[in-house]
Design a protein around this ligand. Structure first.
Ligand SMILES: C[S@@+](CC[C@H](N)C(=O)[O-])C[C@H]1O[C@@H](n2cnc3c(N)ncnc32)[C@H](O)[C@@H]1O
Length: 224
């Protein structure tokens, strides 16, 4: 694991103890959005940075969900919320920049809320590369992130909060997630929209890759 992720994991071992209380003022807003964001998410789904499991109860019953997080303390909280989920949930400690336990071309969907704003910029391309690897061809992704507003009044308010947000959550408003996805070879952004002001950025897209049938290649080699 990278040194940055080690630090983040340590941070969350403390933050997890207060996470739901600290986040409550924002969660009152987020909980209006979460069911809407999940209403068309189907099949085998990876939730990256599942946190304390705030999304779990909104997945549709036929979803097979794998929720991963760097922090075992956050996952402990998610385990409790998994009991209220309507779908099958598997939670595991995993680093989104590695996804070492996850096979390629496995998921129909990748869903995440507020993981990339927490992830150091240099690690984001690694996570995006992993998302591309584990998504099936034609698999879809939906990421919700927060960014700085262009509205000066809103931005000033964000700047006041920024040191707290970084200290407690490791999150920043100046991450370049959309840019990294746009630079990805296989992940194609289909829509971007804002859920509130120009702060809560929703990125939707599809994995456009073809898989090489390795067994087919081997058959050809054998017959040559
Ligand atoms: C701000 S919280 C969001 C939690 C949850 N998604 C929500 O909407 O409430 C960010 C979460 O991402 C996790 N995280 C950060 N970097 C990660 C990584 N590289 N791999 C897996 N999880 C990561 C953190 O441990 C934390 O639980």
């Amino acid at each position: 694991m990278s040194q940055e992720n080690d630090l983040l994991k340590n941070k969350y071992s403390i933050t997890a103890l207060f996470y739901d209380i600290l986040d409550y003022p924002w969660e009152r807003q987020y909980r209006q959005w979460r069911p809407e964001l999940l209403k068309d998410v189907r099949g085998k789904v990876l939730e990256a940075g599942v946190g304390t499991g705030r999304n779990l109860k909104y997945y549709l019953p036929d979803v097979q969900l794998t929720g991963i997080d760097l922090s075992p303390t956050m996952l402990n909280r998610a385990e409790k919320r998994a009991k209220d989920a309507r779908c099958k949930v598997t939670l595991k400690q995993e680093d989104a920049t590695l996804l070492s336990s996850i096979p390629s071309n496995h998921f129909d969907w990748i869903f995440s809320t507020f993981i990339c704003c927490v992830m150091p910029d240099q690690l984001q391309p690694l996570a995006i590369q992993q998302f591309s690897r584990v998504l099936k061809p034609g698999g879809r992704f939906r990421l919700l992130e927060m960014i700085y507003s262009k509205n000066l009044k809103v931005r000033k308010k964000q700047e006041r909060f920024a040191p707290f947000v970084e200290k407690v959550y490791g999150a920043r408003f100046d991450r370049n997630t959309l840019h990294y996805i746009q630079n990805s070879e296989n992940l194609k952004v289909s829509t971007t929209s804002f859920l509130k002001d120009d702060v809560y950025l929703l990125i939707d897209g599809v994995c456009e890759k073809t898989t090489i049938n390795l067994s087919g290649l081997k058959d050809r080699e054998d017959s040559m």
